[in-house]
Design a protein around this ligand. Structure first.
Ligand SMILES: NC(=O)c1ccc[n+]([C@@H]2O[C@H](COP(=O)([O-])OP(=O)(O)OC[C@H]3O[C@@H](n4cnc5c(N)ncnc54)[C@H](O)[C@@H]3O)[C@@H](O)[C@H]2O)c1
Length: 366
C-alpha cells in the first residue's frame, strides 16, 4: 500500500518512518528543498530519538519537493502534516493547508477517490470547509490528529492510547484504521466521529491536560505558602483512581508547541460560537500566576550569593524546543532581577538561547 505525506517536518517525518518500517511505500512531499535533499541523501540529523536510525534504515521512503510525484502515483491516501501556526487571537492559521488544497485543485479531478487525512491541528469547522472545496476533485477530507510528546514521537505514534478519526464516511475511516492497525504495536481505542467532533476532541484533550497541570501547580503553590508538602498532597490526590497521578506533579507550568495554544484555541472557538469557556481562560491565567509565584519564591528564599542552575531549559526534558518554555521564562525573570543564572543543556539548545539572550546567563553544555 502506497501512502503520500504532504509536509514531512517534525511530525510528518516520524509518521513516515514509522509506517515505512511497517511495510508501506511512503512518498513524502515537502516544500523545503534543502531539507528534502538532506533527507534523500540521509545526512539529516534529528534530535528526536530513533529518527536517525529509522531514516538510515529506510528503503521505501522517497521524498520530493514536487507534489505531482505523490499525485501521479497510485496513491489513495494522502496525509497532510504541514504547520498551522497560531494567530495573535489564538486561532490557527491554515494557510499552509490552503496552499496544499490549491495544488490539489490545480492538479484536477482524481480518477479514483483519494482520502485526504489532515494530521495538523485545525480550528473546529475548518475540515468541513476544506471538504466542500475539494469534493468536486474527488477527495474525501478526514481529520486525524496525533497525541504525541516531543522527545518520544516515534514510540508515541506506535503506541497511542486512542486513534482519533474525524471521518468523511465509513470507507475513508476504515482506510485510516487499516494504516494504524499496521503501524501500532499496542491495541489503541479507535474513536471515530464527525470531523467537527474530532477537531474539538483534539484541542479539548489538551485543555484538560493543561487544566490538570494548572490544578497541581495551584495546590502546590498554596501548600508552599502555608508550609505544607506539595508532592505528598498531590501524590495523595493522584492515588485516587478517579483522578490518577499523570500530569499531577508539582513543577514548572505547561509550555511547548501544543498545550498552551490548543487550550487558547479552544477558548477562542467557544467565544466565536457565543460560549464563554471559562476553564480555558482560567487555566491560562493559572499558568501565568504560577510563574509569578515561582519567581517570588526564588527571590525571597534563595540567597543572592547562590547561583540558580537550570538543568534543562526547554519546555520539557528530552525536547530541544524552547516554545513557551516556562523554565526559560523563569530563568529570564531571575536573571533580569540580578540573579546569577546558569543554563545547562545540549549544545543545540545552548546555542539557540545564547543567540537570543547573549550574556544574560552563564552556560554549560551537557
Ligand atoms: N510537532 C509536534 O509535537 C506536534 C504535535 C501535535 C500536533 N502537531 C501539529 O502537526 C502539524 C505539523 O507540525 P510540525 O511540528 O510537524 O510542523 P513542522 O513545521 O515541523 O513541519 C511542517 C512541514 O511542512 C512543510 N510544508 C509547508 N508547506 C508545505 C506544502 N505546501 N507542501 C508540502 N510541505 C509543506 C514544511 O517545509 C515543514 O517541513 C501542526 O498542525 C501541528 O500543530 C505537531
Amino acid at each position: 500500500m502506497r501512502i503520500g505525506i504532504l509536509g514531512v517536518g517534525k511530525l510528518g517525518l516520524c509518521f513516515a518512518l514509522n509506517i515505512e518500517q511497517k511495510g508501506f511505500q511512503v512518498i513524502g512531499i515537502d516544500t523545503n528543498e534543502s531539507y528534502v535533499n538532506q533527507l534523500n541523501n540521509k545526512s539529516f540529523y534529528s534530535f528526536e530519538p530513533k529518527v536517525n536510525e529509522l531514516l538510515r534504515a529506510s528503503k521505501n521512503f522517497s521524498i520530493s519537493s514536487n507534489i505531482e510525484l505523490a499525485l501521479e502515483n497510485d496513491i489513495n491516501i494522502l496525509f497532510v502534516m504541514v504547520a498551522t501556526p497560531s494567530e495573535t487571537d489564538g486561532s490557527y492559521n491554515h494557510a499552509q493547508i490552503e496552499r496544499v488544497a490549491e495544488q490539489l485543485i490545480k492538479f484536477g479531478k482524481r480518477e479514483q477517490t483519494t482520502h485526504l487525512v489532515i494530521g495538523c491541528t485545525t480550528m473546529p469547522g475548518y475540515c468541513d470547509s476544506l471538504a466542500r472545496k475539494l469534493e468536486s476533485c474527488n477527495y474525501t477530507v478526514n481529520y486525524n490528529p496525533e497525541f504525541i510528546a516531543q522527545g518520544n514521537i516515534i514510540e508515541n505514534q506506535k503506541n497511542p492510547d486512542q486513534v482519533l478519526i474525524g471521518e468523511a464516511n465509513a470507507e475513508a475511516g476504515n482506510a485510516i484504521v487499516e494504516v494504524y492497525e499496521k503501524m501500532c504495536e499496542n491495541k489503541p481505542v479507535y474513536c471515530r466521529m464527525s470531523r467537527l467532533s474530532a477537531e474539538i476532541a483534539k484541542i479539548a484533550t489538551n485543555c484538560f491536560l493543561t487544566t490538570k497541570i494548572s490544578f497541581a501547580n495551584s495546590i502546590g503553590d498554596l501548600a508552599i505558602k502555608v508550609g505544607a508538602e506539595p508532592e505528598k498532597i498531590l501524590a495523595a490526590i493522584g492515588a485516587d483512581s478517579r483522578i490518577g497521578n499523570k500530569y499531577l506533579q508539582y513543577g514548572f507550568g505547561f509550555g511547548g508547541p501544543c498545550f498552551p495554544r490548543d487550550n487558547i484555541a479552544l477558548g477562542h472557538f467557544a467565544e466565536q460560537n457565543g460560549y464563554e469557556l471559562l476553564i480555558s481562560k482560567a487555566t491560562d491565567s493559572v499558568n501565568k500566576k504560577h510563574l509569578e509565584f515561582q519567581f517570588e519564591d526564588y527571590m525571597n528564599n534563595f540567597s543572592k550569593e547562590n547561583s540558580i542552575v537550570f538543568d534543562g531549559i526547554t519546555y520539557k526534558k528530552g525536547s530541544t524546543l524552547l516554545d513557551e518554555s516556562q523554565q526559560l521564562q523563569l530563568a529570564t525573570l531571575l536573571a533580569n532581577a540580578g540573579r546569577k543564572v546558569i543554563i545547562k543543556d545540549v549544545s543545540k539548545v545552548v546555542d539557540e538561547v545564547r543567540t537570543i539572550y547573549g550574556n544574560l546567563f552563564e552556560y554549560e553544555i551537557v
